[in-house]
Design a protein around this ligand. Sequence first.
Ligand code: FES
Ligand code: FES
Length: 159
Amino acid sequence: MKLVLNVNGSDRMLELEDRTSLLDALRDGVGLKGTHAGCEHGVCGTCTVLLDGEAVRSCLMLAAQAEGHAVTTIEGVTPGPGELSIVQDSFVETHGMQCGYCTPGMVLTAIALLRDNPAPTRDEIVEAISGNLCRCTGYGQIVEAIALAAERLQRSNTP
Ligand code: FES
Ligand code: FES
């Protein structure tokens, strides 16, 4: 099957088996390894990417279902090579990661949350990341990271 996936603003022509998941298409077809594979059963949230700005589990979608939509991976959220977005930098600042395996999914989930709710409460942050598992159990710092990112983003949008 041939298809075109729009990933991080660029169209990528791919030739894949019909049953290829979006996760495998991104990692093996496009070559973007920042989207991590965890359970591959829709449970852990590690494989989260944005589809038209909404957080989705790329292991649960066929690549073909993403054709015609804008896919954003962790590689697409940086302002430029070697730079970090405000959300990523907030994770660094608050030690919101340990091994980093869950971090791309956490960051993309946070970006989707903050787009819809720029000033979330702590409970809303906890709820938003409740489908993302961190095996290093760094949840306290992850919540802190998202709260800091919300504060920074609000300040950066203040004229
Ligand atoms: S790898 Fe997709 S939800 Fe776990
Ligand atoms: S930082 Fe290791 S799994 Fe979350």
